[in-house]
Design a protein around this ligand. Structure first.
Ligand code: ARG
Length: 421
């Protein structure tokens, strides 16, 4: 912070929920600082404009909304899609991908306003604090990071009492007992009854995926066109990135695709039960993987899978702004020139499968693979190939058998000696 002669100024990442609403007067009180509330629109639902009016009413000197939806999809979600990014093989990293963008926007705003610090509403137990703090420290080391919820030790009813005492305008609808985070790439729901991993998630936590009782009886086909690993059209209609992801969420969500129920390993060493709804992301990863299987050679597919996994871990762990993430992303990008073509997905009763794929860069060769007439694969050479291919294994197996059959040496038996010339 600057010296006490200038008024301190914090740019707070503001969602409009209880935590960040209470944070505005709390920061003014405890840090003697002015607060600018900043809402970054990454496609979360809800009335963002109303939230800004409440921020001003609750003492923010200013409240701003930045529309970052297109940046979010093109700079964060699509590179993750090219890496088939799924943390622990299951979570498309929706929350994790938005944090570095929100942090960057916070830092840029704070620097442009000459503020001393940025603030966020994360607790001290989760991944999100790590992602925010590391990103801000990396991009703007001169800024302090303030995390009121991590410092104040208030529970939910303390916060409501604080809001009453300070005559704060908070949302009148009863707050859900769950902690929800939303953006175009997915919806994360945690806390409340979900903390008990031994019971199934109550239906009320889901919003983007329809109830199993209303899943359509009929399967639906959906054709996704990719250009260089980026989805560009659905069922033949070209769509801009944000609209494409929105439509994927709607169409896959209707069939219940993308519900995820997972015991996850957090950066801070805690395991926790997490539920997600990521219908669009899950369906797009299925389609992208199906197209890669068609156009990438085996060795590249296998190697890329290890890069994809490392990329996913880095994103989860809050290291978006790292040289390693950039380098891995460049590698992934370099594999995508041939990932152009179409995949037909079948959405049905909670599942999403690729059922057809086509590409001008396909490595499928009918003349080589067919069992019908016209095959050009020289089968007679297979015998020689197999003989040489299996030879090292034949030899190694024989040696292992011999070693296992050999008697244990007796203590006084002469030991073989290696002679030097
Ligand atoms: N566990 C997920 C992650 O680390 C989701 C966190 C969701 N945050 C929330 N406020 N509900 O990315």
């Amino acid at each position: 912070m600057t010296d006490d002669t200038t008024k301190r100024h914090v740019v707070l990442a503001y969602s409009g929920g209880l935590d960040t609403s209470v944070a505005i007067p709390w920061i003014r009180e405890h840090y003697g600082a002015e607060v600018t509330a900043l809402t970054v629109d990454v496609g979360q639902e809800g009335e963002l404009e109303g939230a800004l009016a409440r921020a001003r009413a609750n003492g923010a000197r200013d409240a701003r909304l930045v529309d970052a939806k297109a940046t979010f999809v093109t700079e964060f979600c699509f590179p993750a899609l090219q890496a088939n990014a799924l943390y622990e093989g299951i979570y498309p990293l929706s929350t994790a991908l938005a944090r570095p963008l929100i942090a960057r926007t916070l830092a840029e705003t704070a620097l442009s306003l000459g503020a001393d610090a940025v603030g966020h509403g994360c607790t001290g137990k989760g991944n999100d604090q790590v992602r925010f703090d590391v990103a801000v420290h990396t991009l703007a080391p001169s800024l302090r990071v303030i995390a009121p919820v991590r410092e104040w030790n208030m529970n939910r009813s303390d916060e409501i009492a604080y809001a009453r005492e300070h005559h704060l305008q908070i949302r009148v609808t009863p707050e859900s007992p769950y902690s929800v985070d939303e953006n175009l790439w997915g919806r994360s729901i945690e806390g409340g009854r979900l903390e008990d991993a031994s019971t199934s998630a109550p239906e009320e936590v889901f919003d983007w995926t329809s109830h199993p009782d209303s899943w359509p009886a009929e399967a639906e086909s959906l054709t996704v066109r990719f250009h260089r690993g980026i989805p560009v059209a659905l069922d033949g209609a070209a769509l801009a990135p944000v609209e494409l992801v929105r439509q994927m969420n709607r169409r896959a969500g209707r069939h219940g695709v993308g519900r995820i129920d997972h015991v996850e390993d957090r950066v801070v060493g805690i395991k926790s039960r997490e539920t997600y709804e990521c219908p669009g992301a899950v369906a797009l990863v299925v389609a992208h993987q199906a197209l890669e299987a068609l156009v990438l050679p085996r060795d590249l597919l296998q190697f890329k899978a290890s890069v994809d996994r490392r990329f996913s871990d880095l994103v989860y762990e809050g290291l978006w702004y790292s040289p390693l993430r950039e380098a891995l992303q460049s590698f992934v990008r370099s594999t995508q020139d041939v990932v152009t073509g179409e995949v037909v997905l079948r959405l049905h009763q909670g599942s999403c499968r690729a059922v057809a794929r086509r590409s001008e860069y396909s490595l499928l060769s009918h003349e080589l693979a067919t069992y019908g007439t016209g095959s050009t694969f020289p089968q007679e050479l297979a015998v020689g190939f197999i003989h040489l291919y299996g030879l090292p294994n034949q030899l190694a197996h024989a040696r292992v058998e011999a070693a296992r059959a050999a008697p244990e040496p007796t203590p006084d038996a002469p030991r073989p000696v290696l002679r030097t010339a």
